[in-house]
Design a protein around this ligand. Sequence first.
Ligand code: ZN
Length: 133
Amino acid sequence: MELKVGGQGPDDYEMDRERLYLVGSQCSACQAVFYPQQQVCARCGSREAEKIRLGPQGTLYTWSRVHQSTPEFQTPYVLTYVDFPQNVRVLVPLVDEVSPVVGMEVELVWAPGPRLMEDGTLVNLIHVRPVNR
Ligand SMILES: [Zn+2]
């Protein structure tokens, strides 16, 4: 079975000394940052972009508890928008059994285990969890 990141490919994340990063793109003309990576800048139309690491930490901007989803996802779970210091906001699920708080510092982590999708693929999902201080 192929191990994939949910909705993402191997170019969309990087590991470095146990730290997990998302990989977005930054427009070479206007510096706008996007995740996932974009071939054409949505702000200025330039086709020149560089890869940029996002994370590993960010700030929880807002969240929502999901009560209905597709069968492979056990509900409820919490989806968050996280603001990364690289000036981009990304939708990322929160690990289970954590109460979301707007403004809390979070870091990217793998979900506890891969999920088996209906098509037989194993999907490993990137989540966020509170930063331990
Ligand atoms: Zn641009």
